[in-house]
Design a protein around this ligand. Sequence first.
Ligand code: ZN
Ligand code: ZN
Length: 291
Amino acid sequence: MSAIEQSILRHAEEVEYMKELARQTAQQLLEDADVGEIIHDPEAFVERLLAVLLAELGPYARRLAEQAATYAEEVGLQELEAADIDRIADEAEMKFTSFATPALRDAVNAIVARIHDMAGAGVALTTIGSAVTSPAARAALIAPLLGAARRMVSSWIQFVDRDVNDTAIRMLAAADTQDDGSGDELQPLTLTWVAVMDRNTCGDDKDLVEHFCRPRHGLGKTLEEWTALGLPGSPVLECSIRSHRGASPCRCLLSTDERTAEITAPVSAGDAVKRGRDRAAADVATAKKFA
Ligand SMILES: [Zn+2]
Ligand SMILES: [Zn+2]
C-alpha cells in the first residue's frame, strides 16, 4: 500500500474516532438528562444542552481540524496557517449551532407533545411520572432526541474535516493561478479525484459521474470543472443526498499529488472506520471504569 493510501486510511480512522467520541459524549449527557426539566422549560433545556455540547466537544473538533490540516499536507494540498485552522474551527462551531438548535428544539418539543398527549388521553399524571422515571420508558421517550443529538455532533466533526480539506484545495488552486508576472499563460492545476469508499459512500463503476463518487475515481479536472460538477461532499452526490439532514458522509479527496496515479481502485475505508469506532468505544469504556 502506498504512503498516500496509508494517510487516507489513517485519516478515515481518526475522523471516525472523533465522530464516535462525540456521539458517545452526547449520549452520556442525555442519559443523565432530567425529563422533568425538559417538561418544565424545553427552551432552557435546549440552550443548556447546546452549551454543554459546545464545551465538551469543542476541543475534539479543534483537534480534528489540526489533524485534517496535517492530512491535507500529506495528500499534496496547501499547508494551512494556524489562523486558518482556528477560523475553520470557529465557523464549523457556528454552523453546528445553527443547524443543531432547530433539530434539538424539534426533538425536545416532540417529547413535550408526547407527554401532553399522554395527559390528554386520560393517563394519570402519576403514571406519566413513572413513565418518566422508569428507565425503559424514559429511554423510549428520549430516543428521538438522542438520535438527533448523535447525528448533529457527528455532522459537526464532518463539517470540520470537509471545510479544512476544501480550504486546502482552494488555497492551493489560488496559489497556483496567481500571475507570476512572466506573461506566460498559466495552466490551471489538475486535481485528481480519489474515491474513498465505506458502506455509506456511493456508486459503482456503471453509475453516472454526475451523481456518484466511485465513477469519479482517478479523473483529473481543474478546480473550476470540479466545482461545477460538485466537490467531494457536494450536495449533488448520492451519498450526501442519503445523509438527509446531516453532513455528507463522503470521504473522497482531490489531490494534485502524482502518487495518486498509483491508486488504481477506490480506497476501501470500511476497516479503518471500524477501527476508529472501536477505539472510541474502548476509550469511553475505560473512562467509565475509572470514573
Ligand atoms: Zn458519494
Ligand atoms: Zn465521496
